[in-house]
Structures are given as structure tokens and as C-alpha cells.
Write a protein that binds this ligand. Structure first.
Ligand code: SF4
Length: 458
């Protein structure tokens, strides 16, 4: 094998949490929560008054952390909240006023968190990842605990000095790190992609097949709740752009043109933008694979369920095909906008959705691969330059565009002989990685170029 086998769980890729950003909101909240847990193991006699916590944000977290809610996320994590259980209404009002203060206690010793606890570092920092956080606990002016974390995309975090692979001692039933290896398992063992993914998930998580299906159903339910809420919620999204929500308008238009040939596209646009607008509002969504891209797969699965009447089992299987592609990208390139630009977020979601559409339609694995490859190919080099650092422009419409491209990638892959396809999924993922490395950091979630500069007046 080229690399170590993928040991990511489906439920690490599809995670429930508040918007607007998996790398800037969910990851930092988890990092802060982890830091808090570590403070509980310090010798108590080290904790001298005054106690103070400082959180230093670097790189993309510093550049766009305000608009992405990173400051609220670290406060939430230090309050002991976690993304999948935190109350979105309580989360969105954190730090609403500059004087807001949050008392916490560490081993019964009190300290207070405020906006001043967070430092948006502008200088250079020698860090292996553009999304870096450093937490320091100070006791009577002396640092007694310091931890550095990297928010590596999709809500995944790594702690400095910890090998992410070493954390997993579980071995998948069918180890793979490339599409080539995955296809070899399928043909050698004469099993379906669904059975392979289930066997791996069981080996990695210890869950039974029934439990895995139940969790996928819950994920789909959460995705579809976000779509439904977004179709109802009108008004202006939070932030200085004052962007008006569009999904409810699109939905009304789609219903009134339901018999026209392009109505399915208008419905799909409405569904994707509905979930994406909910993400921008800081409400609960599912990373798929990131929060910025949390409208593509929910929009498509909502369409498949409500317009094509796909049953539960078919959607579960589609989710597993999507996860397989998400794993390959995460493992061999990255799903982080701060590393890959938007091709890492919407490009990955589009490829996952293209694989899902093909697999749900009963196409062979070669078509599934080809659809995912085409979707990535046509997102290569896509920049991330959100206006004002908010996950709104271009992010919300981009979810709809990513879904439409996924649909077309599925159609293109389904027509003709996939044997004539010149580019493999593995090779386009390599190209994605190389392209992401070559891209200027100005176009990787820093809001320092592109749309972020040209539309500052909006
Ligand atoms: S432009 Fe793309 S990568 Fe950047 S914040 Fe928006 S959705 Fe995420």
C-alpha cells in the first residue's frame, strides 16, 4: 500500500454540530474542550490566583475566525460544550456584547473568560498547519499548561506531538488507502461497496450493522431538518454583509414551476441553499464533509427522497459511497479550505455526491469512481475567498453549484464506456493535493484576495 490504511469512521466524516464552519467552529470547539479536560489532571497545588486562560489563533483562524465564529467556539468548548450536543441558540449569542464574561472553574478554582481571552495573532507563526490554536493556562502569571492544536478540516483536530494514525489501534476489515485498492477488494472478495464499508465500520467502531444504519438514518434526518428549516426561515443572515436568505423564495418559485423541465434544478438549488443558509446562521448542520459544504449532500439526498422516492436503504448505501470518496480525499489530499481552497470543501462534497448519485442509481463501481473524478476535475483550483470572512458569499450559492456539478458528473460518467476514461480518481486526488499546495495562501480561507477584496462594499 502507498500509505497507511484509512481508519476514519463514517461518523467522523459526517458530524453533527453548529455552523458556520467545521474547521473554524467545530474543530476549535473540540480543541477547547480537550484543553479543558487536560486542566482537570493538573496537580491542584499549581493552581494559584489569579488564573487566566489565553487562546491564540493563527493563520486562517485569525484571518477569518471572527466571521466563522471561532471566538464563540473556543469559549463554548471551555464552557464544556461539544458540537453535537450544544444548544445552537445559546451558542449564537456567546460574545454578543463586548463586555460579556463567562465564569468557569478548574478543579473548583474560578476564572473568567471574556473576548480579551482570545488573541487573533496577525504575525507569522512556524506551524505545520494554517489553522493553528495555542491554549495557555496561567497561574499567578506563570504558564502551567500549554497545548497546540491544528484544526485540519471537517471538524477533525490534531494535538501537537500526537500522531493521528497512532490514536487508532483498530484495523479495518478491508484496508485501503486508494481507489485502486478499494476496487481490488471488491473484485477479489466479490462483495458490494456497501458490505465493504459496513465491515470496515464495524471493525473500526465496534458498532453492529443495525447501529450503523441507525446512526446513518440520524445523520440523514439531521441533514433534512436543516433543509426544512432553511426552506421556512426568511430574513437576513447574521453578520455585516446583511445577506438576505434566498432558499424560501427559490422553493416557492420551484413549486409554481413544478411542471417545467428545469424545475428539478430549482428545487435542488432551494434545498442546497436552505441547508447552507442554516449553516451560515450558526444552526445545527452535518459536516459533509465540512460545514461550509453542508448543503450539497443534504440537498441531493432531500431531492432523492422527496422527488425520486428513494427508500431509506438506498440513501444509506448512497451515504456509504459518498463516505468512501470523502475518505480517499481526506486521506490523500485534504478537505480543508485553509489547505486546498474551496476545491477541498465544495469540490470534495461534489465528488462525494456524484459517487452517491451513481451508486444509488445502481451504476457499477467504475462509474461511481468516474463520476467522483469528473466532479473533482471541474473544481480544481477553486479559491476560497469568503467576503468579510463569513461563510455566505460565495459559499451558499456554491453549495447549489456543487450539487448541480455532481449531478452532471453522474450523467457524464453514466454515458459511454468508463474504460475510455483517461483520468483515475486516485490521480485526480493527487493533482488536487499538488494544486492546493501551489495555491497562494491568499486564496485559502484568509479573505485576503479575490471576491473578499473586490466586493468589500456589499
Ligand atoms: S469559499 Fe468554500 S472553502 Fe471557503 S469558506 Fe466558503 S465554502 Fe468554505
Amino acid at each position: 500500500m502507498l500509505k497507511e490504511a484509512i481508519t476514519t469512521s463514517i461518523f467522523d466524516l459526517f458530524k453533527i454540530g453548529p455552523g458556520p464552519s467545521s474547521s473554524h467552529t467545530i474543530g476549535p470547539m473540540k480543541a477547547a474542550y480537550d484543553f479543558l479536560q487536560r486542566t482537570y489532571t493538573l496537580p491542584h497545588d499549581l493552581l494559584l490566583e489569579p488564573l487566566q486562560i489565553k487562546i491564540h489563533l493563527y493563520g486562517s483562524l485569525s484571518a477569518t475566525g471572527k466571521g466563522h465564529g471561532t471566538d464563540r467556539a473556543v469559549i463554548a468548548g471551555l464552557l464544556g460544550w461539544l458540537p453535537d450536543t450544544c444548544e445552537p441558540n445559546a451558542f449564537t449569542v456567546l460574545l454578543k456584547n463586548p463586555d460579556d464574561a463567562y465564569p468557569i472553574s478548574i478543579q473548583n478554582e474560578a476564572l473568567t473568560l471574556t473576548a480579551k481571552s482570545i488573541v487573533f495573532e496577525r504575525g507569522r507563526y512556524d506551524s505545520p498547519h494554517p489553522n493553528t490554536l495555542v491554549f495557555r493556562l496561567m497561574s499567578n502569571g506563570k504558564v502551567i499548561l500549554e497545548e497546540e492544536y491544528y484544526s485540519v478540516g471537517g471538524g477533525f483536530i490534531q494535538r501537537k506531538g500526537e500522531d493521528p494514525q497512532a490514536a487508532s489501534t483498530k484495523i479495518p476489515a478491508f484496508p485501503f488507502s486508494t481507489m485502486k485498492e478499494l476496487k481490488e477488494h471488491l473484485s477479489k472478495n466479490k462483495i458490494s461497496l456497501t458490505d465493504l464499508m459496513i465491515a470496515n465500520e464495524m471493525a473500526l467502531t465496534g458498532l453492529a450493522k443495525k447501529e450503523i444504519y441507525q446512526k446513518i438514518d440520524d445523520i440523514l434526518e439531521t441533514m433534512h431538518k436543516a433543509v426544512k428549516r432553511g426552506l421556512r426561515h426568511k430574513g437576513v443572515l447574521p453578520g455585516t454583509i446583511k445577506l438576505r436568505r434566498k432558499a424560501p423564495v427559490l422553493f416557492e418559485q420551484a413549486k409554481s414551476h413544478a411542471s417545467t423541465t428545469d424545475s428539478f434544478m430549482v428545487f435542488l438549488n432551494a434545498y442546497c441553499m436552505a441547508a447552507s443558509e442554516e449553516n451560515a446562521a450558526g444552526n445545527i448542520v452535518v459536516t459533509a464533509p465540512t460545514s461550509g459544504a453542508s448543503g450539497v449532500i443534504p440537498g441531493i439526498t432531500y431531492l432523492l427522497r422527496n422527488h425520486y422516492h428513494y427508500d431509506k436503504q438506498k440513501l444509506r448505501e448512497g451515504m456509504m459511497a459518498a463516505a468512501a470518496v470523502g475518505f480517499l480525499i481526506k486521506h490523500n489530499a485534504s478537505i480543508s479550505g485553509a489547505e486546498m481552497g474551496c476545491m477541498g470543501e465544495i469540490g470534495s462534497a461534489s465528488a462525494m455526491a456524484a459517487a452517491m448519485l451513481s451508486y444509488c442509481a445502481g451504476r457499477p463501481i467504475e462509474t461511481v469512481e468516474s463520476a467522483a473524478e469528473i466532479a473533482i476535475e471541474h473544481h480544481l483550483g477553486m479559491t476560497c475567498d469568503p467576503i468579510g470572512g463569513y461563510v455566505q458569499i460565495p459559499c451558499i450559492e456554491r453549495n447549489a453549484m456543487g450539487a448541480i456539478k455532481a449531478y452532471n458528473a453522474y450523467l457524464l460518467a453514466s454515458s459511454g464506456n468508463t474504460g475510455y476514461q483517461k483520468i483515475t480518481l486516485d490521480s485526480v486526488i493527487k493533482v488536487m493535493r499538488a494544486t492546493g499546495k501551489d495555491m497562494s495562501k491568499k486564496y485559502k480561507e484568509t479573505s485576503q484576495a479575490g471576491l473578499a477584496l473586490s466586493a468589500t462594499e456589499c
